[in-house]
Design a protein around this ligand. Structure first.
Ligand SMILES: Nc1nc2c(c(=O)[nH]1)N[C@H]1C(S)=C(S)[C@@H](COP(=O)(O)O)O[C@H]1N2
Ligand SMILES: [Mo]
Length: 394
């Protein structure tokens, strides 16, 4: 069977050991307990920890429970002494700032934003089926999750520091050093100043009303709503106003959409497209791909996400491989930076069925039909139609 589709999760363990038992069976993904995740997460790597939930854990829940929220790490989760930690704001600013978490919280108004985080590598497994992508994890459909984030607005902090003329970008720096970064360097990235001052970008210390878990960036992380997850820098230490985009490996080399046939390790300005805003996408979350359902009506659920700018306008579902389509019932647009959940009932008869889902945005645009149309050397941005293979049998 092709990799990444329709087979049980390789790392799946169905039950946690009873409370008090700390000796785990060999092969048990200890990182799941260490980072407080569900026992059925698909662990791509234990160190650095990279894990996604089965799509059933995301289905039908507007906010993703913390234990199901995917986690993407390029390096080890840093140990940070929150009492000694300070946020530095520097570069093209009138006043440099150096703030403890307490100072940050007391100086700036608290803000909440519900935002969906989506990894640029989400659904890479489907691209790998088209053509291999060596050295990158075969993420399935679970590297996307939604939380209510609490923090301060980056716009307020930048207003406090005073952006100087020429500050066209704002970069973020963290302490974690990834093995893949060449040369070795801490994680970082940047966003244009126009996005940084737009109000919705948060420096967050809480997620769904809980203090930010270590694996999600405690004590403070950036949340860039509507942009690829990579720009939402965790364990934030430094915010720098600058004339040019960050030269960090994860901004200048990785997370660029290179043309097919290019050597992605040589990508840079002029070759790859630096990824920022996420493109319109739609995916199926339940039932699980490859499952068996009885003949008759079956409820299909999923999400559509337009990032920002344009909103999701409609979702179509087909249960006959795209010959006919019906419209899904779409949840009300409660939050502009979050996914829209949808559901549709399809009537299946005995046999094999291919269910498809595609979204349309408020500009009347839809997204590509197949992963083949989107294949790129690093396997980013698979926003092809959601696809599900079902066996329909009594
Ligand atoms: N410091 C730091 N921030 C980071 C990363 C990282 O490796 N180090 N990974 C990024 C990527 S690629 C994604 S998709 C999101 C994932 O956030 P999560 O682990 O909270 O889901 O964090 C981003 N922020
Ligand atoms: Mo990511």
């Amino acid at each position: 069977m092709a990799p990444g589709r329709g087979r049980p999760f390789p790392g799946r363990v169905s039950h946690l050991p009873p409370a008090g038992i700390t000796a785990l069976a060999p092969g048990y993904p200890t990182s799941i307990m260490k980072w407080g995740k569900r026992d059925d997460m698909l662990v791509h790597e234990e160190e650095p920890f990279n894990a996604e939930p089965p799509t059933g854990a995301l289905a039908g829940r507007f906010l993703t429970p913390l234990d199901a929220f995917y986690s993407r790490n390029h390096g080890p989760v840093p140990r940070i002494d929150a009492a000694a930690w300070r946020l530095e704001v520097d570069g093209l600013v009138e006043r440099r700032l150096r703030l403890s978490l307490e100072e940050l919280r007391s100086r700036f108004p608290e803000r909440e934003v519900v935002a969906t985080l989506q990894c640029a590598g989400n659904r890479r497994a489907e691209l790998i089926e088209v053509r291999d992508i060596p050295g990158e994890d075969p993420w399935r459909s679970g590297a996307v999750s939604t939380a209510r984030w609490t923090g301060v607005s980056l716009a307020d902090v930048l207003a406090g520091a005073g952006l100087r003329p020429g500050a066209a970008h704002v970069s973020f720096t963290a302490p974690d050093v990834a093995r893949e970064a060449d040369p070795p360097q801490p994680y970082g990235g940047s966003i244009p100043a126009a996005k940084a001052v737009a109000g919705e970008v948060l420096l967050a210390w809480a997620m769904n009303g809980h203090p930010l878990p270590a694996v999600h960036g405690a004590p403070l992380r950036v949340v860039v709503p509507g942009w690829i997850g990579a720009r939402s820098v965790k364990w934030l230490e430094r915010v720098t106003a600058r004339a040019d985009p960050s030269g960090n490996y994860f901004q200048a080399v990785a997370y660029r959409m290179s043309p097919p046939g290019a050597d992605p390790s040589r990508s840079g300005p002029g070759t790859g497209i630096p990824l920022g805003p996420v493109a319109l996408t739609c995916d199926i979350l339940s039932p699980e791909d490859g499952s068996r359902v009885p003949p008759g009506p079956t409820e299909i659920t999923g999400y559509a996400f337009a990032g920002g700018g344009h909103g999701v306008a409609r979702v179509d579902v087909s249960s006959d491989a795209g010959r006919t389509w019906s419209q899904a019932e779409l949840d009300a647009p409660a939050h502009p930076w979050a996914w829209r959940l949808w559901r549709a009932v399809v009537v299946l008869s005995e046999g094999e069925a291919d269910v498809l889902a595609r979204a349309w945005d408020t500009a009347g645009a839809t997204h590509p039909e197949t992963p083949a149309a989107l294949w790129n050397p690093k396997g980013y941005g698979n926003t092809s139609w959601g696809r599900l293979h079902l066996t329909c049998r009594r």
